[in-house]
Design a protein around this ligand. Structure first.
Ligand code: ZN
Length: 436
C-alpha cells in the first residue's frame, strides 16, 4: 500500500477501480499512480454495514461512508419522500422523490438549492488544512455550493464559471473576501475548466478534481443512502438529469455498497437500480454516445456551443463528461443496465410547472428535464407501473428561498474572455488571488 499518510488512522482507504492498488488518503489524491489509462479511485470503508449515525446532522448521518474527518454543523441532506401528487398524475404508486434544495416544511435546508451542496461539504471535510486555494470550475451550481461553503468556513477558494452561471450566485449573505469568483464572460463550462486546469499548475492552487475526487462522489452518494434509509430497499429505476454524470456514477457506487452490506450471497442480493440518465435537447453528448454505442462522446466544440444557447437547463452543458473513464458513465450505464433519455426544453419547462402544481415546490431546470423524461418513459410504456422509482430532484426551492430571504447577488472579482491567451489568464487569476 502506498503510504501517503500513515500517521492518520482513518476509517477508510482508497482503491483504484482498474488495478486495485490501495492507498491511504492524504485528502488530495485524485489518480492512481500505476500508469494505466484513466480510472476512478474509490473509497473502501472499514465498516461494510449500513449504519446511519442518527445523532449526526445532515449528511454526517452517513459519516461511516464519507471520506471526512469531523462534522460540519451547517450541512443538510437529501429529503426522500413517497410522492402522492406526481405519483397520482403518472399512475406510479411506488414513485419516490429525492428532493435536494430548500423546502422548510419538508426539512430540506440546502442553502444553495441544489445537491451540489452535498459534494461541497464532503470535499471540504476531506481536504486537509488551509494554505492552499481550492479551485473549482463550474457551470454555476457546483461553484455556488463551494462559494457558499468556503465563505461560511472562511477557506480560500477560486471559483471559475461562465457568465450565464452568475445568476445562481445569490446567497443569504455577502460572500467572504476569501472567495475569489471569476467569470468567463464569453465562455462556456469547458472554458472555465480549461482556465482552472491551467491555474492549478501553480503550487498555490489545489484542483478540486471533479468526478475524480472521492469526496465529491461519496457526498453525492448520500442521495441514495438517504433513499435507502427512508425506503428500506433499493429502487428499481433511478432518474436523474446529467451534465457530467458524476451524481449518477456516485449513486450506483452507493447502491453497490448498500447491496453488499446486506450480507446475502451473490445470487440472492438485491438488483442494482437501472440508471435512467436524462439530457436536455439539443445538448445530448451522453445520449448520442450511448445510442451509437461509442466509447467517447463526439462533436465539435462549436457545435456544442451552439447547442448550449438553446437549452433550458444550461447547468447540464458539460461536453467533456467522464464517459469512457474506467468506472465512469459508460461503465455505470452498462453495469446497471440503464439507459439515456432526452427531453425538449419546452417539455422540461412544462414538467417543472407540473411539479410545482402537484408537489408544491419550484424546481430547477435540470430537475424539470428529469421529470419530463420520466413522464415520457411512462407514456411510452418503458416502465412497469408497479416498479419502485426514485426521481432525483437535483435542485429545487430557489424561488422559495428568494421569497423567504432577501438574497444578495455575488459579483465577480475578475472577468476574463475565453479568447485571452492562457498565460495572461493565469497571470490575472494568480494576481487576483495574491499568488503570482
Ligand atoms: Zn490503478
Amino acid at each position: 500500500m502506498d503510504d501517503a499518510n500513515t500517521a492518520a488512522v482513518r476509517h477508510y482507504t482508497i482503491a483504484c477501480s482498474c488495478c486495485g492498488r490501495e492507498y491511504y488518503d492524504d485528502g488530495l489524491i485524485l489518480d492512481c499512480t500505476a500508469g494505466h489509462g484513466p480510472a476512478l479511485l474509490r473509497t473502501r470503508y472499514a465498516d461494510s454495514g449500513f449504519h446511519p449515525l442518527t445523532d449526526r446532522p445532515g449528511i454526517f448521518r452517513y459519516q461511516r461512508w464519507l471520506p471526512v474527518t469531523g462534522t460540519q454543523p451547517d450541512c443538510g441532506r437529501t429529503v426522500v419522500y413517497r410522492s402522492s401528487g406526481l405519483a397520482r398524475l403518472l399512475r406510479l404508486p411506488n414513485l419516490w422523490i429525492a428532493f435536494n434544495g430548500f423546502w422548510p416544511e419538508r426539512g430540506a435546508t440546502l442553502q444553495t438549492a441544489t445537491f451540489k451542496e452535498l459534494e461541497a461539504c464532503t470535499v471540504l471535510g476531506r481536504t486537509p488544512g488551509s494554505g492552499v486555494i481550492l479551485t473549482v470550475a463550474s457551470s454555476g451550481n457546483t461553484g455556488a455550493a463551494f462559494a457558499w461553503a468556503c465563505s461560511q468556513r472562511q477557506l480560500s477558494c477560486l471559483i471559475i464559471i461562465p457568465e450565464n452561471g452568475l445568476r445562481r450566485f445569490k446567497f443569504r449573505d455577502s460572500l467572504h473576501p476569501c472567495v475569489n469568483l471569476v467569470v468567463v464572460e464569453d465562455g462556456d463550462y469547458p472554458d472555465a475548466m480549461q482556465i482552472a486546469s491551467a491555474v492549478c499548475r501553480l503550487p498555490a492552487f489545489l484542483p478540486e478534481g471533479g468526478v475524480k475526487n472521492v469526496g465529491r462522489r461519496d457526498g453525492l452518494a448520500t442521495v441514495l443512502l438517504s433513499a435507502f434509509d427512508e425506503m428500506r430497499r433499493l429502487p428499481d429505476y433511478y432518474f436523474q438529469a446529467v451534465g457530467s454524470g458524476t451524481g449518477a456514477i456516485a449513486v450506483l457506487e452507493a447502491a453497490k455498497r448498500v447491496r453488499d452490506s446486506t450480507g446475502e450471497p451473490a445470487g440472492s442480493r438485491p438488483e442494482l437500480p437501472k440508471l435512467m440518465l436524462c439530457q436536455n435537447l439539443p445538448f445530448t453528448p451522453i445520449f448520442d454516445a450511448w445510442r451509437l454505442g461509442e466509447r467517447e462522446p463526439t462533436g465539435s466544440a462549436e457545435g456544442f456551443r451552439h447547442a448550449v444557447r438553446q437549452v433550458y437547463a444550461d447547468e447540464l452543458t458539460n461536453w467533456l463528461p467522464p464517459y469512457a473513464t474506467r468506472g465512469g458513465v459508460y461503465d455505470s450505464l452498462q453495469e446497471s443496465r440503464g439507459d439515456v433519455l432526452v427531453a425538449s426544453s419546452a417539455a422540461a419547462r412544462q414538467a417543472a410547472g407540473t411539479f410545482l402544481e402537484v408537489e408544491g415546490i419550484d424546481i430547477e431546470p435540470a430537475a424539470g428535464v428529469a421529470v419530463a423524461c420520466l413522464q415520457d418513459a411512462v407514456a411510452r410504456r418503458r416502465l412497469n407501473r408497479e416498479a419502485t422509482i426514485l426521481l432525483n430532484i437535483t435542485g429545487g426551492g430557489r424561488g422559495r428561498l428568494a421569497k423567504d430571504y432577501c438574497l444578495v447577488q455575488a459579483e465577480p472579482k475578475l472577468r476574463l474572455s475565453r479568447r485571452l491567451c492562457e498565460e495572461d489568464a493565469v497571470h490575472q487569476v494568480a494576481a487576483l488571488c495574491g499568488a503570482s
